[in-house]
Ligand binder design. Structure first.
Ligand code: BES
Ligand code: ZN
Ligand code: ZN
Length: 504
């Protein structure tokens, strides 16, 4: 695990392996800490700029050997892009880029300045928080199953020193760093769950990890098994679990930050630990990606971890609906009719539209627990990926007011969401001939009809649904998002909880 410490001093003198300094695009004479390092290196950074080798473009890097002129062996200059476009998300990006670049050359200890807190004009605590988030999210690797580490892959980065010239600012920066660490560790906890293969991360294992996490951070933990779900009448959830040899688990986490009489906000996650499609089986091509179909549930567990550590003064419930979706002699067939906890009958036209069935019963349960608002996260539809690609999660709501809060939280957290409509006209696509509703609404507007299905169970509770099918898994590396599970949603939920409690 990488430590981050804020220390007063002059970065030129830092006793580390590598030093990070930065430059805005178009700046020809480096100032501040970058200027001090430049002078210590005999003007080498200025020369790079003059000769056009380094332009300061966002995430551009240049590694300068110091040849003994300062204690560190390497100076890494990272580009911040145009100063007019600089923001907290760019702090996350460049912090990740710099840490990864120095880890690649074998640095164990590095020193950095807080990007953007100087001439960038950002709030110092917020910038320090973004630095810690970006660094720790960027350094994340899922390598527990690699028995032969790659030759060129240097070891772990052990420590990052955040060096601040003005000693009076150290406590404020340290607080920002601490907050950033909690959030990044929650994101990485979620990524670990998403990246685990489905033979390891069964619903039972998911419940075990949730139990351990809850015990460690002081959350109330409960898990509903098949029998308990039967007595509650969760026929929709159980229809999905019918084909699997692995028992389903509905994980319930409760965080009490306010008086117990205050109704909680509920976070609900789709936790299909593997989605074969069931009897409506998926094609073989790419099916391995369906081990990530529990990303919504994993995000809820991660968010609850961070909430437990940051202690906002509100009550929060986290529900993770976990099961496999498998074909077998006991599996649900297309045409079968299930009855959800609220009595609604559902004609299951396609067993691959299973997420909404699980969510239907989770939503009913959250309402039974007295939720005053619900935010659900689900890798729900391929149609959402077609609509928004892998850039933004789809957002759907019955409450413009709640959505505006979720949007503001996502924006501050650096996650992109985009609203799609739930016009009443879409409802008729879900009409069934023999049940109250059917679980698919045809090819048209697939992400919307899926959301509409959930909405019918939400009734009048303020609700936002985030379809993260396109954003939960990355197939190319970005500055602070490695390939594989992204942990999307965690930062938005945590920020929302803090804002609901009047913090941010
Ligand atoms: N888990 C999938 C959705 C998905 C697709 C997630 C691609 C991530 C990447 C979901 O359960 C599913 O299979 N949805 C179907 C619904 C259809 C049968 C109405 C889909 O999107 O094709
Ligand atoms: Zn499916
Ligand atoms: Zn699915």
């Amino acid at each position: 695990m990488t430590e981050i410490r804020v220390v007063p001093g002059n970065i030129v003198e830092a006793q580390v392996d590598g030093v990070v300094v930065n430059l805005f695009e178009g700046v020809t004479r480096p100032g501040g800490a970058t200027g001090a390092v430049d002078r210590a290196l005999g003007g080498e950074i200025s020369r790079l700029i003059d000769k056009g080798y380094f332009k300061g473009k966002l995430n551009e890097t240049f590694l300068v050997p110091t040849s003994g002129r300062i204690p560190a062996d390497h100076v890494l200059v990272v580009g911040l892009g145009k100063s007019s476009e600089f923001d907290l998300d760019r702090v996350r990006q460049v912090s990740a880029t710099a840490a990864k670049a120095l880890r690649r050359v074998g640095c164990k200890r590095i020193a950095t300045i807080v990007h953007g807190a100087g001439i960038g004009g950002l709030d110092p605590a917020a910038a320090a928080r973004a630095l810690a988030e970006g660094t720790l999210m960027g350094l994340y690797k899922f390598d527990k199953y690699l028995t032969k580490r790659e030759e060129n892959e240097a070891g772990e980065l052990k420590e990052v020193l955040v060096v601040e010239f003005d000693a009076a600012k150290v406590p404020v920066l340290a607080e920002g760093v601490e907050r950033g660490r909690v959030v990044a560790e929650a994101v990485n906890f979620t990524r670990d769950l998403v990246n685990e293969p489905a033979n390891v991360l069964t619903p039972t294992e998911m419940a075990n990890r949730a139990r351990e996490m809850a015990a460690r951070y002081g959350l109330e933990f409960e898990v509903l098994d098949r029998e308990q779900m039967e007595s509650l009448g969760m026929g929709a959830f159980l229809a999905v679990a019918a084909g699997s040899a692995q028992p389903p688990k509905l994980i319930v986490l409760k965080y009490w930050g306010a008086d117990r009489s205050e109704p909680p906000i509920a976070f609900i996650g789709k936790g299909i630990t593997f989605d074969t499609g069931g009897i409506s089986i998926k094609p073989a091509q790419g099916m391995e990606e369906m081990k990530t179909d529990m990303s919504g549930a994993a995000a809820v567990l991660g968010a609850m971890q961070a909430v437990a550590r940051l202690k906002p003064r509100i009550n929060v419930i986290g529900l993770a609906g976990c099961t496999e979706n498998m074909p077998s002699g006991t599996a649900t067939r297309p045409g079968d009719i299930a009855r959800a906890m609220n009595g609604t009958t559902i004609e299951i036209i396609n067993t691959d539209a299973e997420g909404r069935l699980v969510l239907a019963d989770c939503v009913c349960y959250a309402r039974k627990l007295g939720a005053r608002a619900i935010v659900d996260l689900a890798t729900l539809t391929g149609a959402c990926v077609v609509a928004l690609g892998k850039v933004a999660s789809g957002a759907f709501t019955n409450s413009p007011e709640l959505l505006s809060k979720v949007k503001a939280a996502a924006d501050a957290a650096g996650e992109k969401i985009w609203e799609l409509p739930l016009f009443e006209e879409y409802r008729q696509q879900l009409k069934s001939d023999c049940a109250d509703i059917k679980n698919v609404g045809g090819r048209e507007a697939g992400a919307i009809t899926a959301a509409y299905f959930i909405r019918t169970f939400v009734e009048d509770t303020p609700w936002v649904h985030l379809d993260i099918a396109g954003t939960a898994r990355a197939d190319k590396e970005q500055p602070y998002i490695p390939k594989g599970g992204t942990g999307v949603g965690v930062r938005t939920l945590v920020e929302l909880a803090l804002r609901e409690a009047g913090r941010s």
